[in-house]
Design a protein around this ligand. Sequence first.
Ligand SMILES: Nc1ncnc2c1ncn2[C@@H]1O[C@H](COP(=O)(O)OP(=O)(O)OP(=O)(O)O)[C@@H](O)[C@H]1O
Length: 263
Amino acid sequence: MSDPEHTSAALVVAGLSKTYTTNGVDHLAIEQVDLQVHAGEFVSIVGPSGSGKTTLLNCISGLMRPSTGEVRSFGETIGDGPSEDMAIVFQDYSRSLFPWLTVERNIGLPLRRTGASRATVSSAVDSLLAAVGLPRSVIGKYPWQLSGGMQQRVAIARALINKPKILLMDEPFASVDAQTRISLEDLTLRVWREWNKSVLFITHDIDEAVYLSDRVVVLSKGPSTVKATVDVPLPRDRDQILTKQEPLFGKLRSEVMDLVMGH
Ligand SMILES: Nc1ncnc2c1ncn2[C@@H]1O[C@H](COP(=O)(O)OP(=O)(O)OP(=O)(O)O)[C@@H](O)[C@H]1O
């Protein structure tokens, strides 16, 4: 792992396996997964239900210790506990936001924990609200006073506040309606480009993976390994209607679907 590509990659996952042991019984969830995310790249992971996507993301983020293998971010090995280079956006925004804190305090919390001044936190919250398309009038509201889509925007703002280099997103839009999902996908692309992030995005939705990504990593059924990686050479900027009408989009979607369905 000493070649220049590995040290400059945003994320290198090498030989990662995870075995859960329940009541003395071992269950191999993921087996020898290798993957990379280059700096500035948008990579999605798709795979059948229960294939180990969340387990993989938890191991990558440092929330869970892998059984074997290692994860490196910009040349640094990820140890126990979440890395400062990474932030996670979960599917369940209602559980990731604190209901007893206002929007302002939810977004500002990770920065306040670093000891930043009140003025610094307040100005960071203001610019993040604008970045995620929320009006300033929401700062005094509580999460439960907002729609699901707005809560997920708050969660994205909070993920960005400590300027992580890598955003890990675990089916972030699976719980919102189709219309909201479309606008959150485009928000994610805007944040990725304007804030110069590397993104690893887990989704069940093959159209979403192809629409957003530079590459799609397809996991096999459990115990999951990397079955294939599909490059997505669709031009940026993407457009929800025009991109999805392109013949190449349909071809890539069929290719990924065949891989996921195991044809
Ligand atoms: N804490 C745990 N203890 C024991 N087994 C677990 C645990 N978490 C997950 N598993 C098992 O590991 C496998 C992978 O689960 P995981 O949730 O990572 O898959 P997934 O691809 O994210 O699933 P889904 O697509 O349904 O969200 C499954 O067989 C699951 O039952």
